[in-house]
Design a protein. Structure first.
Length: 244
């Protein structure tokens, strides 16, 4: 390596002054051109492309920010205690509905209710007994199917229409389907001794089955005689009135 360097110096000394100046100026110029082609040029190109990409990213971020700013504000999620409270309320409603459905199957002996005023309780007189037509409280058609169920039923092809209708089931022919719940109401007016009348009202509370009260009006014109006006109802899966 040292010998080669000496040879180059000797060759440089053997050149004329003009040639030496040209060599000394040409070597740095050649190095500069080589660095420009191999290092500085590609670096400038890479920097320009990176700057262009950064500008494009900045434009995209600004566009996304404008889109997000135009979106409506999202409601805050309910807190955990609120969700628990809603769950407890829904569970209470479900339990109450189950209790009502279970009470439908407990028939009330209306004959016992009426006979207790006529003959079973001395001193009481049934002056009025008025029955109301059965009212539909619940039927499966009142329940709206879920969106998925509606979509499935819409996609399912319709079944061919039968030529002869199938015979109705005994429950349906008896006055409604087993899934339909009816309310049967009766208005009663009872006269009698005040103490005996109160005892009869307590007896009604112990009547087997699910007997509901919607109205109770007690009037005393001349003590100890009193008058009680009651409106009672029961729930049943049968449309026939139980007062016949």
């Amino acid at each position: 390596m040292y010998a080669k360097l000496l040879q180059l110096l000797q060759r440089l000394e053997s050149l004329s002054l003009r040639e030496q100046v040209m060599v000394l100026l040409g070597i740095p110029l050649a190095l500069l051109v080589a660095c420009e082609l191999l290092v500085f040029g590609p670096a400038r190109t890479t920097a320009a492309e990176a700057s262009k990409a950064a500008n494009q990213l900045e434009k995209d971020v600004k566009a996304l920010g404008a889109v997000l700013a135009a979106q409506p504000a999202v409601a805050a999620l309910p807190a955990a205690d609120q969700l628990l409270r809603q769950r407890d309320e829904l569970q209470a409603q479900i339990d109450a509905s189950r209790a009502i459905i279970a009470s439908v199957n407990q028939s009330v002996d209306w004959g016992t209710v009426v006979r207790a005023t006529v003959a079973g309780t001395p001193g009481l007189t049934l002056t009025q007994l008025k029955t109301m037509p059965a009212e539909v409280v619940f039927t499966p058609s009142m329940v709206k199917p879920a969106p998925a169920a509606r979509a499935a039923s819409a996609a399912k092809p319709a079944a061919p229409v039968a030529v002869a209708a199938a015979p109705a089931s005994p429950a349906a022919s008896a006055g409604g389907t087993a899934d339909t719940i009816y309310r049967h109401r009766a208005e009663m007016t009872i006269n009698g001794n005040f103490g005996t009348l109160l005892g009869y009202l307590q007896t009604l509370q112990r009547v087997p089955g699910d007997l509901h009260w919607t109205r109770l009006q007690l009037s005393v014109a001349g003590y100890p005689q009193a008058t009680a006006q009651l409106t009672l109802y029961t729930l049943s899966t049968r449309a026939e009135t139980p007062f016949n």
